[in-house]
Design a protein around this ligand. Sequence first.
Ligand code: 1CP
Length: 363
Amino acid sequence: MNTNTVPSAPEPQSLFLRACLGLDVAQTPVWLMRQAGRYLPEYREVRRQAGDFLSLCKNPELAAKVTLQPIERFGLDAAILFSDILVVPEAMGMKLQFLEGEGPHFPEPLTRQADLDRLTLPDPEVQLGYVMAAIREIRRILPSGVPLIGFSGSPWTLATYMIEGGSSKKFTLIKTALYNDPGFLEGLLERLVTAVVHYLNAQIDHGVQAVQIFDTWGGILGPDEYRRFSLEPMARIIAGLNRNRPDGSRIPVILFSKGCGGYLETIASSGCDVVGLDWTTPLGQARARLGPNIALQGNLDPAILYANPQRIRSEVRRVLESLGRQNGHIFNLGHGMEPNIDPLKVPQLISAVREESRRIRTP
Ligand code: 1CP
């Protein structure tokens, strides 16, 4: 395992943290990206109460409440902080809006060096103090056996939104910057690395027990550009994190670069403990390429949740059997839950993961 853990470090008890560190487990832990969200009627109700999405993120009590909703309803093996990756650019001084039905929007996207000079380095305790308050509140109300995952966007993924002004299909503006003005892009990535290191270390100080870096748009880059503009900044973040607690326990880092099955060896060189996979790379193939000393997370196609219970189970079995009885696997989707998924599919998925993984592990 890729650790410098103190030898006397206490072994974690939770299935999720054990799997992140490659320790043995009786069944495979499972959580789902975007497990708290619009597919849950109780989420839509709290969001209505908050008024809008960003107000929900900024209300620590309500953010904590929606973080716990999928835990209470389904008994998942980990909770993930309810927030959004784009609160960091907002804290750096950019205006951010979430337009109903259209997703995130930055009305004044970054275009030139002078725009970078106006960005500030946020103090996570101040501009992102509401996130820290949410983390404390979640830890207060979350059952102690359920670990809390903190997160951030990768610098590259955050930069796509800050330069494109929102979601994009072609990424024309950021790609133009990448090839025509790499110094501008690197200046932005540099600032984001510093901001994210401070932000994730503050999340760790306030109580998250693992962190995930979401690199949703790494897959739009070719191999050299991926290495330079996506992976390098993430590796610098990982090197800057306070991953070892004073009691010797470790904060695992999960790196999820979507669409990057071709770059697995590069991803594993980042210093992360867990590589997140989308559904295009079979887990067994990833294990053969990366070896046993790094954990894997994933990788069911989220669209399988539109299928019937038998098909869900057979696809879960296929994912689990690709690793057999090996340790170091956290079951997840290959990307987030879609808003139109029937919540009743989730317990079918979880039962299948637990029953099938126990069966596979029984000698
Ligand atoms: O209307 C609503 O209620 C907002 C929908 C929504 C939700 C539920 C958004 C807007 N963000 C979130 C929560 C969120 N976002 C979480 C919560 C924790 C969880 O339960 O998993 C997390 C981890 C994120 C991270 C995030 N935001 C990513 C990375 C992961 C991914 O999905 O690829 C990205 C790219 C964003 C940007 C964003 N925020 C919201 C939307 C709809 C988007 C994506 C827009 C796009 O496709 O470009």
